[in-house]
Design a protein around this ligand. Structure first.
Ligand SMILES: C[C@H](O)[C@@H](O)CC(=O)C(=O)O
Ligand SMILES: [Mg+2]
Length: 437
């Protein structure tokens, strides 16, 4: 069946997370976790669901961008798209007029991610395989045919990518069985958003320890003395053998980042995440160099907008942990390119998932990375945040601080219709009540 796409719908879905300071950090003090939510209808009745993540205000702009891309999608059959997925990716990202809005960055790229995520969901559903994306694309040749290698062939050619994937076929079945049994290691960010009180932080941390969590991320960057107090508190609670990461969400200049993080070295963070502007590759390289003697790495990627940026971060040794994002990059297609480049540079991938639906999406990518690319779990873990999963038809399953492989076909980002209706902005009940206040 060809599954011709006959319609694309996009909705503005917002959750008032700022009311309780969930998701708050040094730069985003009041995020309302939100999404531009895309549904593709086909002539066969099969649907594809996709989204891109936003923080509330401005989601309507992403909706406009999705609508601008719709004309490139409607009328195409799934068959036509996946038989030349690289070409389709390029059609969306390199339209002769629209590429001026990016290219491959900002709102238009977020919109591209939402649309392509829905196409991947449609594909995986059409394949009907359990365990989602990573089992839907198996053949190394098919995998590389989804990637646009333009701008990255100086570090990774199609032939090299194919070679990596072919070599990783060895042991794939064992890794798959291992994941089905044990799951993929995760860390939690949900205990220590910046807006949480010490009391809340202690309670959440103690609950997380009881549930088996051993890896924790703490938001920092607003006030140094506060950071020292909060990080000491967490380190004391989790003990010396648990892993601690800190995240500044781009708060500092380069020199400030170095001196601030040096003061926090006593709590032994594994990484400092987004210490400065996400575009400052050489700044990150300087921070990496300065913090290496303290045993602290630099992690970044949640606002790294395309594969070219990741390429340069890797070339410049400007990061020690690659944080891919399922909605910032151009969907699975571009994430595949980054996973393969990270493998080539032997830098571990630890995906970003703080947001609505990101855990659901990114679990597929990291399972793919382990099973089909890296075959390595050293220094690797996937972020988990404990918010809003109840709004999805196939929410992530966490067992003993591990992501268990998804069981339903698809890309796991279909939301419950009732949740979408209630949270649609500004007409949903939730927002009508909020606006009345
Ligand atoms: C605004 C988001 O919650 C952001 O703080 C998430 C993030 O940086 C992370 O999860 O990492
Ligand atoms: Mg972060």
């Amino acid at each position: 069946m060809s599954h011709k796409i006959v319609n694309l719908r996009v909705r503005d879905v917002r959750f008032p997370t700022s009311l309780e300071q969930h998701g708050s950090d040094a730069m985003h003090t009041d995020p309302d976790y939100s999404a531009a939510y895309v549904v593709l209808d086909t002539d066969s009745g099969l649907k594809g669901f996709g989204l891109t993540f936003t923080l509330g205000k401005g989601t309507e702009i992403v909706l406009c961008a999705v609508k601008a891309l719709a004309g490139l999608v409607i009328g195409k059959s799934l068959q036509e798209i996946v038989s030349n997925f690289r070409g389709f990716y390029r059609l969306l990202t390199s339209d002769g007029q629209m590429r001026w809005l990016g290219p491959e960055k900002g709102v238009i790229h977020l919109a591209t991610a939402a649309v392509l995520n829905a196409v991947w969901d449609l594909w995986a559903r059409a394949e009907g395989k359990y365990h989602g994306i990573y089992l839907s694309i198996q053949d190394p040749k098919q995998i590389v045919s989804c990637i646009d290698f333009r701008y990255i062939t100086d570090v990774l050619t199609e032939e090299e990518a194919l070679d990596i994937l072919v070599k990783a076929q060895e042991g794939k079945k064992q890794r798959e069985d291992q994941m089905l049994k044990e799951g993929y290691p995760a860390y939690t960010t949900s205990c220590a958003w910046l807006g949480y009180s010490d009391q809340q932080l202690k309670q959440l941390c103690s609950d997380a320890l009881k549930s088996g969590w051993t890896r924790f991320k703490v938001k920092v960057g607003a006030d140094l003395e506060d950071d020292i107090r909060r990080c000491r508190l967490i380190r004391q609670m989790i003990g010396p053998s648990s892993t601690l990461m800190i995240d500044a969400n781009q708060r500092w200049d380069v020199a400030e980042a170095i001196s601030w993080v040096s003061r926090l070295a006593e709590v032994k963070p594994l990484w400092i995440e987004e210490p400065t502007s996400p575009d400052d590759i050489l700044g990150h390289a300087a921070i990496s160099k300065a913090l290496a003697p303290l045993g602290i790495g630099v992690a970044t990627g949640e606002q790294c907008h395309n594969r070219v940026m990741f390429k340069q971060f890797l070339q410049a040794s400007a990061l020690q942990f690659v944080q891919i994002d399922s909605c910032r990059l151009g969907s699975v297609n571009e994430n595949l390119a980054v996973l393969l480049m990270a493998y080539k540079f032997q830098v571990p991938v630890c995906p970003h998932a703080g947001g609505v639906g990101l855990c659901e999406l990114v679990q597929h990518l990291i399972l793919f990375d382990y099973i089909c690319v890296s075959a390595d779990l050293t220094n690797r873990m996937c972020e988990y945040v404990d918010h809003l999963h109840e709004h999805f038809t196939s929410p992530v399953v966490i067992q003993d601080a591990h992501y268990m492989p998804p069981k339903d076909p698809g890309y796991s980002c279909e939301m419950l219709e009732e949740s979408v209706n209630r949270h649609e902005y500004p007409e949903g009940d939730i927002w009508k009540q909020e606006i009345k206040k």
